[in-house]
Design a binder for this molecule. Structure first.
Ligand SMILES: [Zn+2]
Length: 633
């Protein structure tokens, strides 16, 4: 589908750790670092937006009359015209979405976005639906001829083949067209509405009304265990009322929609579509889940036992899981210093990547401060503008914690990935699937982490080193173990049995049933009650995980993290041969399967050993190092 440019959102767990919105005075100077969107449109009232929508409509009509029913004779020109449509549609929708991120409650912006979404879906449904349907229906012989004779078609072979994977799953054109036109009013639209409801949540905390972000901020930052436990109870109780009921109903709509469509489209199981989109066989996805349960689960318990010791506790409450350690460094890092650190770290690995980041700075494509009205969290949005010009915008709520420095390294990783792949592959093939779109971001974080670690080791600052290590370990546990816990909850909700061996038809689950499932799937990874954690006041936490509205999205985080850790570990072995191979990997965008992507590095993700190894080279090594430092501390 054109103009679907998913923004790389930080994972839920990372959003959970966002610092609160009150800005320390030391870093007010950073508020001057804002992005400049005027290279796209001058503002929300720019008449060019409507002119572009009209142009898009006209071109889509023309595309329809030129190629509908005639694709076999015009495939090359059709792909070129379709790319142009994609870039123009992307320009409009990406601008509006970036603009909205700065000011989420602005009614004028909201209504402009809704208006544009509706007209674009209408045009897409009416005039463009035929294209993919005819593309997947083309005879192999016809395609072969095009591959042999036309450069544009030949270049787009990976994209064509990937679209044709879905051949058995398309419905008839009128049905597909109707579904596309109805999309802005379908279950997908709940996601945005859910964000608004979540933003409206208020919790009564010691006589003050606080929002969810502020409450989670206390959990992640307060050194007072009793206060954290109290906040945990207030949050869980607060989610328990209408919000959990509303959330259960939302999940019912999402699961039910999925179940009906899956049958109509003849997918094998509820995850089939997502796995195909990710180009990952079901067995590989299962192997990942198993390795996390069998290898990472025990490591998580081992780490949290160390954490309990460092906090001077016997067992941990769930509210202690993300608590700061006594030696956690709370110095505020000014944004300029953070940027300098990240640039130095990238420079130590690849000057090519540093050059791209410098361009983001000079082109004003990074929005830094946490100002009122901005959407929470951080993201990067890369896309290809008309004229085949790749662009990349990075959105932050920078407050100066060490976590924020890593977030900067992460989002800039997405940015360099977007630019390299955009230049090499163009609009239709630059965007890697969810399962490996986190490669460059995780890699950028690892590069920055290792750079800082080396600095601290040279200084002999073991307390700071332990703080850095534990922060990294906890981040990894949240990306790998927690997200697979989410994925297990989700798989069960969509009908998988308790052994994760077969799929049944999903049932409508009550709040109480979802609560039970949530705790059960947490225990599978974090241990029985009292083994490491106690689980009081956690039963309703599923209700605010908005990623469940995009089914089977979350396992991609664990997949990407471990894949990248395995890749990162190859640096030592490959020496100077590594960087060019890695840049080629980034440039390949969406054109390769995960096997082709990793084979130049001598890696093969087909079995559980690969995943187990990925966990050992990263997580286990770091935990052992932290244990050693803690013992000497
Ligand atoms: Zn990311």
């Amino acid at each position: 589908m054109p103009f679907k440019h998913p923004i790389f959102k930080k994972s839920n767990q990372e959003i959970e750790l966002i610092r609160s919105t009150h800005m320390p005075s030391e870093i007010t100077a950073d508020s001057t670092v804002r992005w400049d969107l005027t290279s796209i449109y001058s503002g929300i009232d720019d008449p060019q937006i409507d002119l572009d929508i009209a142009d898009f409509t006209e071109r889509a009509q023309l595309f329809n009359s030129n190629f509908r029913g005639k694709l076999a004779d015009g495939l090359g020109p059709a792909i070129s015209a379709y790319s142009e449509l994609d870039m123009l549609g992307g320009k409009i929708m990406v601008y509006l979405s970036l603009r909205q991120s700065l000011d989420v409650t602005n009614e004028a912006v909201k209504s402009k976005v809704a208006e544009a979404q509706q007209s674009m879906s209408q045009v897409q449904g009416e005039y463009l639906t035929f294209f993919e349907l005819e593309l997947v229906a083309l005879d192999d012989a016809v395609l072969e001829k095009w591959y042999a004779s036309d450069e544009v078609v030949r270049r787009h072979q990976p994209w064509i083949e990937q679209t044709r994977v879905f051949r058995p799953h398309f419905l008839s054109e009128p049905v597909e067209a109707a579904l596309t036109k109805r999309a802005p009013f379908g279950p997908g639209s709940w996601d945005e509405f859910f964000d608004e409801c979540e933003a409206d949540l208020r919790f009564d905390h010691r006589g003050e009304q606080k929002n969810l972000t502020e409450m989670l901020d206390i959990l992640g930052n307060s050194k007072d265990a009793a206060l954290r436990a109290e906040v945990q109870k207030t949050v869980n109780d607060g989610l328990g009322g209408y919000f959990a009921k509303y959330s259960a109903q939302t999940l019912y709509v999402i699961v039910g929609k999925g179940a009906v469509e899956r049958k109509e489209r003849h997918y094998r199981n509820p995850m089939d579509a997502r796995n195909k989109e990710n180009r990952i066989p079901d067995e590989v996805v299962d192997a990942l889940h198993n390795a996390v349960k069998n290898v990472a689960g025990p490591l998580a318990r081992r780490y949290y036992r160390l954490k309990a010791e460092l906090l001077g506790m016997k067992t941990l409450k769930w509210s202690d899981r993300n608590a700061p350690l006594p030696f956690t460094d709370t110095t505020i890092v000014p944004f300029d210093n953070a940027m300098a650190t990240v640039l130095d770290a990238y420079e130590s690995f690849s000057p090519t990547l540093t050059g791209i980041i410098r361009d983001f700075n000079s082109a004003k494509q990074i929005d830094v401060p946490a100002t009122a009205g901005k959407r929470g969290g951080a993201f990067n949005c890369s896309f290809v503008l008309p004229g085949n010009r790749p662009q990349s915008f990075t959105f932050l709520n920078y407050l100066g914690s060490n976590h924020d420095v890593m977030t900067l390294a992460h989002e800039l990783g997405h940015g360099v990935h977007g630019i390299l792949a955009g230049e090499a592959q163009g609009p239709l093939m630059f965007h890697p699937p969810i399962a490996y779109c986190e490669t460059a971001s995780v890699f950028g974080e690892m590069t920055t982490f290792s750079f800082l670690k080396k600095q601290l080791a040279t200084k002999g600052d073991s307390a700071a080193l332990l703080a850095l290590l534990t922060q990294k370990i906890e981040g990894m546990l949240n990306t790998v173990v927690r997200q697979i816990g989410f994925s297990n909850f989700e798989r069960r909700m969509h009908g998988m049995n308790a052994d994760y061996t077969e799929w049944n038809d999903p049932k409508k689950l009550s709040v109480e049933e979802l609560d039970e499932l949530w705790i059960a799937t947490a225990k599978e990874l974090y241990g029985e009650d009292g083994e490491v954690f106690t689980y009081e006041n956690t039963s309703h936490l599923w209700s605010y995980v908005s990623h469940f509205h995009r089914p089977f999205y979350v396992y991609g985080y664990a997949f990407g993290e471990l894949l990248t850790q395995s890749l990162y570990a190859q640096q030592t072995r490959l020496g100077s041969r590594f960087e060019p191979l890695y840049l080629d990997l980034l440039r390949s965008g969406a054109t390769k399967s995960v096997f082709d992507l990793l084979s130049p590095f001598g890696l093969n993700p087909t079995d559980e050993t690969f995943w187990g190894e990925g966990i050992r080279v990263s997580l286990e090594t770091m935990i052992a190092e932290a244990e050693e430092l803690a013992a000497a501390h």
